[in-house]
Design a protein around this ligand. Structure first.
Ligand code: ADP
Length: 440
């Protein structure tokens, strides 16, 4: 709902932006189109004052730039957020006033600078997880939306930007994450104790119970296990959100690691009557290279990750494949090119409806169908997988067809074999400030 309102404000602002561009560019250019002329003249006939009142009363920061990326207009909210005076900023290049960095504080420059992106692609930009470096060098969390303004030939002639100070939202999120992580941490201890006592009660050597009591206790044990998993997932996701997820990256050869992991995992599939296979060198979506699956010399797929975290991700995808595949096969595979290592978990299960796919990696999202109603889950597993993969600058996504099965893919930047060997032989030169984040 908030986003709809936000979008509406943005549309109004874009419309206002177009009008204002007409006004400001009028002295430079002759208006070619009678429609624009009408709009321009309508507002020039005494409405500029009203416009300026509208701009200054908008709570979001609003900035209008021309085709040279110079600031044409900046409202008082934008001045407050950036630390620039309204008059000082007019005519100045946008990159001087709106210095943007990623959420690690690394400034965006050249092609990565959002305004440059909008000008080069002509596409709308939106990111609610940015950092602004203010005029007095303070870092504040912001949300930034930029809409390009184009002429009739589609050339970008300017842009309207909306800036929101997200500091309060971020603080609230962090307080909430703190609460969730403390609460789930505290609750895991009593849940573990209940699980322990239940398993003692169910142990024939320790306790004597009748069949009815056994049935109840087994159900209680199952529910307690689910509760324990929920607290564990809540704790992990809260840590992932505020950067406290422990990650000790090292050079890992994924082919070897995945092969061993598949050996460990296959028992849970076998219990459900499912087959498991491990394939090296084949992309399941690319039938043309399927002959690569019988390679005798496997390439070395080196990456720089925490193996425990990667194991967690693959195990999660594999457990899901088992949960949502009534019969058939689960395939774990690895392939790659010079830039990335790609691994995947493919199943022949229930598949995922197309409309659910865009939401699958969101927190607590579960597909509402018979497959999930009968299978327990927290809806946090894929969210956690995505957060972990992002730690290593990777990407996770799914391709799926209802009734046919799903394939979850992960891409991670690849280390060339010489580079991996160099790092393994000289641990002291291991990247300390690479894109991989090592949190403690
Ligand atoms: P859950 O604990 O519910 O399994 P996840 O975050 O791991 O939570 O998965 C989210 C939802 O995605 C699941 O509830 C299920 O609807 C769907 N899903 C995940 N993996 C698969 C799969 N291999 N096949 C079909 N549906 C899946």
């Amino acid at each position: 709902m908030l986003y709809l309102i936000y979008l509406l404000i943005l549309l109004i602002l874009v419309a206002i932006g177009l009008i204002v561009t007409n006004i400001f560019l009028k002295s430079k250019k002759n208006q070619e189109h009678s429609g624009n002329k009408q709009l321009g003249s309508k507002f020039l006939a005494g409405d500029t004052e009203q416009l300026s009142i509208i701009f200054s009363s908008i709570e979001e920061g609003l900035i209008l730039i021309d085709n040279n990326k110079s600031i044409v207009l900046l409202n008082s909210a934008a001045a407050l957020i950036t630390g620039w005076g309204v008059e000082d900023a007019i005519g100045i290049d946008i990159s001087t006033v709106v210095k943007v960095a990623d959420n690690q504080g690394k400034p965006y420059i050249n092609n990565n600078y959002p305004f440059n992106k909008v000008f080069s692609t002509g596409k709308y930009f939106k990111d609610n997880d940015l950092v602004l470096i203010t005029r007095d060098n303070k870092l504040i969390s912001i949300g930034l939306n930029i809409s390009p303004l184009s002429d009739k030939d589609g050339n970008v002639t300017g842009a309207v930007a909306l800036i929101r100070n997200m500091t309060e939202e971020k603080n609230q999120e962090s307080r909430l994450a703190d609460f969730i992580s403390t609460a789930s941490h505290e609750m895991r201890t009593p849940v573990a104790a209940i699980e322990g006592y239940l398993s003692l009660a169910l142990n024939n050597k320790v306790a004597t119970i009748d069949n009815k009591a056994r049935d109840y206790l087994e159900k209680a044990e199952e529910a307690t296990r689910h509760l324990g998993q929920l607290f564990q997932d809540l704790l992990t996701s809260a840590k992932a959100e505020d950067g406290r997820l422990v990650s000790h990256p090292e050079v890992v050869e994924m082919g070897d690691m995945l092969k061993k992991l598949t050996e460990d995992l296959k028992f849970s599939a076998e219990k459900h009557g499912l087959k498991t296979e491990f394939i090296v060198g084949t992309n399941p979506a690319n039938k043309s290279d399927s002959h690569l699956g019988v390679k005798t010399i496997n390439p070395l797929y080196y990456v720089y990750v925490d193996p425990d975290r990667l194991r967690e991700v693959i195990t999660n995808l594999y457990d899901n494949a088992v949960k949502y595949t009534p019969e058939g096969k689960i395939t774990i595979g690895i392939t790659g090119d010079s830039q990335v290592v790609q691994f995947y978990v493919k199943d022949t299960g229930s598949g995922i409806p197309a409309e659910d796919i865009p939401h699958l990696f969101q927190k607590f999202y579960r597909v509402d169908n018979s497959a999930t109603r009968t299978v327990g889950g927290t809806g946090l597993g894929l969210y956690i997988c995505k957060k972990i993969i992002e730690l290593y600058n990777g990407r996770v996504w799914v391709e799926s067809k209802e009734g046919k099965g799903s394939t979850f893919y992960i891409n991670i930047p690849r280390l060339s074999t010489p580079r991996a060997k160099e790092l393994l032989n000289n641990p002291e030169i291991l990247p300390t400030n690479t894109n991989t984040i090592a949190t403690t």
